[in-house]
Design a protein around this ligand. Structure first.
Ligand SMILES: *Cc1c(COP(=O)(O)O)cnc(C)c1O
Length: 419
């Protein structure tokens, strides 16, 4: 499609009104009926993020010599995150634009380290089928062979199956804390031990859990040890733009040491444009998400996150309990935190079509991601959903009754879309 941009510009009010009108068909996340994609920390979190965003809307983190404040913001946010994840004094990291970029950086670092230290030129990595699709993207982009192993009955990575895939070219093993589809935490100590046994990297994907599990633990709930306290964990990705409650565009990639971090960077000094040193995959880089993340984390502090986590867990627990009481549907696995997937009862003589259920819920304004296999509806629960769970469970029970015996042709499962 080709269109001419209008010859004469339009007034600011006209443009903004038009933009606001464009949003009318978008999910209405402000009323708490969207389970994922939006993480709403409440009015004061919005305010601090918006004011920080306005200050840093135009700044460019490409060159922190020109913008030393962004260098400082990056190192403070990274250091706070290392503190939460029990990093050693040597821990070092960078901010990135999101979980995918953090994962890409982690995979690239593993490849480069293995090349430098072990002479590996045909690198291979091992992930479970529950690991985020971004690892497949990384293997595709960076030329690694990826081995995908099954999950066990409890949906955690099958570590014995991982062990069987290990060979001289293995540069990386991946565990998730928690994995996205069913929200369970992999056996990170076992995966890290396997990686250490061959001097490969172990990356823990805590994109979802990085700003939840530390606070769950502080609240006194059981959390299996998964962070830098596990010897052999080399790098961790943690998204501030999920349950860190910062606006989109910011994540942390952390390495156990500066030496390990060195393998993710790119340096080139033979360009007519001058010395080029790049910490991640971006060139020109907005200061806005970095400053907004700094502002949100500073505003919330540990106490703020503890309260948001307490409320999130209460919401998720109430959903799990409610789903368990409705005939015909169940929660997959024994996730204890903020993610849950619901599926039908497999031995139901007249099983619920989960995607028809998703459509019925959507007609009532509730938005879930669909996923498969097995056909299920995914919820990332957060503070956004506070105050609506009673109503949700009533609507859920009504929708299950309504769709029983019906089905939908549409089997699509869009976690992410192209256009
Ligand atoms: C969201 C997510 C990612 C990818 O992060 P983006 O910010 O969407 O790029 C990776 N892993 C897990 C477990 C996630 O939940």
């Amino acid at each position: 499609m080709v269109q001419q941009l209008g010859q004469s510009g339009r007034s600011v009010d006209d443009v903004i009104d038009d933009l606001a009108a464009k949003r009318s068909n978008d999910v209405k996340w402000e009323d708490g009926r969207t389970f994922g994609m939006i993480y709403d920390g409440g009015p004061s979190v919005h305010e601090v993020a918006e004011r920080a965003a306005k200050l840093y809307l135009h700044e460019n983190a490409l060159n922190t010599k020109a913008f030393p404040s962004l260098g400082a913001i990056q190192s403070e946010v990274v250091a706070w995150t290392a503190g939460l994840l029990h990093g050693p004094e040597t821990a070092a990291g960078f901010l990135t634009s999101g979980g995918t970029e953090s994962i890409l950086c982690g995979v690239k670092a593993a490849r480069e380290r293995a090349k430098a230290e072990r002479g590996i030129t045909a690198p291979e990595m091992i992930v479970a089928e529950s690991a985020h699709a971004a690892f497949h993207k990384a293997a595709h982009l960076f030329g690694l062979t990826l081995h995908k192993v099954p999950v066990r009955d409890d949906w955690t990575a099958d570590v014995e199956a991982m062990a069987e895939k290990i060979n001289d070219n293995t540069v990386l093993l991946v565990g998730s804390a928690p994995q996205y589809p069913q929200g369970v935490v992999d056996d990170i100590p076992a995966i890290a031990a396997l990686a250490s046994s061959i001097d490969a990297n172990c990356h823990v994907d805590a994109c979802m859990g990085g700003f939840v599990l530390p606070f769950v633990e502080m609240l006194g709930r059981d959390v299996p040890v998964w962070d830098f306290r596990v010897a052999g964990v080399s790098s961790i990705s943690a998204d501030i733009h999920k349950l860190g409650y910062a606006p989109k565009g910011v994540s942390v990639i952390l390495h156990r040491t500066k030496e390990l971090r060195r393998y993710q960077t790119f340096i080139f000094d033979q360009w007519l444009g001058g010395f080029y040193a790049s910490p991640n995959l971006q060139g020109t880089r907005s200061g806005l998400p970095m400053a907004a993340a700094w502002a949100v984390m500073s505003h919330l502090g540990i106490d703020g996150y503890l309260e948001l986590t307490r409320v999130t867990l209460a919401n998720a627990d109430q959903m799990r309990a409610g789903v368990a009481e409705i005939d015909g549907i169940r929660v997959l696995g024994d996730g204890q935190y903020h993610l849950l997937a619901m599926a039908n009862e497999p031995d139901d003589p007249n099983p619920i079509d989960m995607f028809a259920l998703g459509d019925a819920l959507e007609a009532k304004g509730w938005f879930h991601d669909r996923q498969t296999p097995p056909d299920s509806l995914h919820s990332t629960v957060s503070n956004s959903n506070t105050g609506v769970i009673d109503r949700y469970l009533e609507d859920l029970a009504a929708c299950v009754a309504e769709v029983r015996g019906t089905s939908t042709e549409d089997r699509s499962t869009n976690y992410a879309t192209l256009e």
